[in-house]
Design a protein. Structure first.
Length: 114
């Protein structure tokens, strides 16, 4: 018999996905995919405001997805958990597949009225 995850574990999993449920945080993660960046570089890459980027970086760091590297007066951020990108790729592939299936269903439905 397969054991179900504990309620505590499921709560942690849900919290992890809550962090990823914000599009701006996903933008920040994408900006860091190519390597370390400081806040100004992340702002330039995402088009988000400074306060917004700082808030999301704090949340991502608390979740263990990014880490801070102070260098003099500048702080650089980098991905701490590279498994985030294969996870996002998997979700994107599944969404793409679902959209294609829905598009085909709509096309078939529309053809019935042509």
């Amino acid at each position: 018999m397969i054991e179900s995850p504990s309620s505590e574990l499921l709560m942690h999993v849900a919290d992890y996905f809550k962090v990823l449920a914000e599009p701006s945080r996903l933008q920040v993660l994408c900006a860091l995919k190519q390597g370390r960046r400081n806040v100004s570089e992340i702002i330039q890459h995402t088009g988000l405001g400074q306060a917004n980027v700082s808030k999301h970086l704090k949340t991502l760091a608390q979740a263990g997805l990014v880490r801070r590297h102070p260098q003099g007066v500048t702080v650089y951020y980098e991905i701490a958990d590279p498994t985030i990108f294969p996870l996002c790729d998997l979700v994107c592939q599944r969404l793409r597949q679902r959209l294609e299936e829905q598009s085909q269903a709509v096309s078939q439905w529309a053809n019935n009225f042509s």
